[in-house]
Write a protein that binds this ligand. Structure first.
Ligand SMILES: Cc1ncc(COP(=O)(O)O)c(C=O)c1O
Length: 400
């Protein structure tokens, strides 16, 4: 079951894609002189940059590619350390390894996002980047994180893959750090099946991210090289069909956010009306979050496990894809000396929070996130009430 944008695919996307099919231009590059060339990827980059409130955007083929291009833009490569939280999708970590850098894991706090209090002790002379991940649509505490980055002269890469549409202190996510990376995969706020976007205010970072995504080329080429190539790049390009589809979805973003806010509020209220006192909610760092999930945190692990079982879901710690403890490919890595840099239970605060937490779906229904139970963007009032009652019953009967 996908994210909210996928539920609402319709005429807007179809019209955009048909224009591309009729034009005959399906790559992002085409003839500037030919009026049939619709420049969908260029248009998306301009519109998305405007939406996020930054000067530049590069459209790419996925969130993982967006993070890789951002890391290369920031100068991450062999010997460079990047701080990233241990509760995130594996791509935030593997992107660092893929460009030759070294991920250093930090704890999360009760917002289930990066714990600012755990950053400074992990900074070494090799650290260059902090990568806060806006997990589950909840903005990280960017106020504190930007302050720490400034103090230590570090760059901030916002992993906004789960945070498209949210704001922190009035500013869109992806406009606050030095560079931001977004995903358009099927579980995200809006989607094109796959796709990604990089945002930045900085012209130099833009040129470097663009160059990495397109074999080292300068921005705005039209299929032929213009000028010298500044770095070794690869191909992470988005094609016109995808660009067109995203333009259709982008028109629906505000509607999606409004519906989710309303449904989450109703769901949470109905859960609270149950009067059960053995759980609380995750800390929300800004009310302008995405409202894609409602996360409950129980007082003890056993209760959380029993509730999850009764609902046919899992605690967040058991959900496979986003918890460092469950990333066997990460835990098996050995350095040159044969030591393992990533060990099970190396983040005790993160472990204690996640083993007591359950993600209830609101807009993102994703068992990979432990969010297999809850509501979705199409749920009516009756279903919201029924799901809330099922949760309350499970919480009531599962107390130790
Ligand atoms: C936090 C986070 N970072 C990165 C990614 C990678 O995005 P993609 O699947 O588009 O490559 C995801 C996708 O699930 C994500 O949730």
């Amino acid at each position: 079951m996908p994210g909210p944008g996928a539920f609402l695919v319709g005429d807007e996307e179809r019209r955009e894609v048909e224009e591309v099919l009729e034009s005959g231009y399906i790559s992002r590059y085409g003839s500037e002189e030919d009026v049939r060339f619709k420049r969908k990827v260029f248009t998306l980059e301009r519109e998305f940059a405007r939406r996020i409130g930054v000067a530049h955007c590069v459209a790419v083929n996925g969130g993982t590619g967006a993070i890789m291009a951002s890391l290369v833009a920031l100068g991450v490569g062999p010997g460079v350390e990047v701080l990233v939280q241990g509760y995130t999708f594996v791509a935030s970590i593997s992107a660092v390894l893929a460009v030759g850098g070294q991920p250093v894991l930090t704890e999360i706090d009760e917002s289930l996002t990066m714990d600012p209090e755990d950053i400074e002790r992990r900074i070494t002379k090799r650290t260059r980047v902090i990568m806060p991940v806006h997990m589950l649509g909840n903005p990280c505490n960017l106020g504190r994180i930007m302050e720490i980055a400034g103090k230590h002269n570090l760059k901030v890469l916002e992993d906004c893959c789960q945070g498209l549409g949210a704001r922190y202190k009035g500013k869109p996510l992806g406009s606050i750090g030095h560079i931001g990376a977004f995903s358009l995969n099927i579980n995200k706020t809006i989607t094109s099946g796959d796709g990604g976007l990089v945002t930045t205010r900085d012209r130099e970072l833009y040129e470097r991210a663009f160059a990495y995504h397109d074999q080292g080329h300068m921005p705005l080429r039209m299929g032929v090289e213009i000028g010298e190539r500044s770095l070794i790049g690869i191909n992470l390009r988005m094609n016109e069909l995808t660009g067109a589809f995203v333009l259709g979805q982008l028109k629906k973003l505000d509607r999606i956010l409004k519906i989710l806010k309303d449904k989450k509020q109703k769901f949470k209220q109905a859960v609270c009306e149950g009067g059960i006192k053995n759980f609380g909610f995750r800390k929300i760092n800004d009310p302008d979050e995405c409202c894609t999930l409602l996360t409950v945190i129980f007082k003890d692990k056993g209760t959380a496990q029993r509730v999850a079982e009764a609902l046919g879901t899992e605690t967040v710690s058991q959900s496979g894809w986003h918890v460092y403890n469950n990333m066997e490919q990460l835990l098996s890595i050995k350095d040159k000396e044969g030591n393992k840099p990533f060990k099970r239970n190396m983040l005790p605060k993160t472990d204690r929070i996640l083993e007591r937490s359950i993600n209830l779906s609101v807009g993102v229904v994703d068992p990979g996130l432990g969010a297999g139970f809850g509501i979705n963007i199409l749920s009516g009032d009756e279903e919201i009430q029924r799901r809330a009652e099922e949760f309350v019953r499970a919480a009531e009967t599962s107390t130790a």
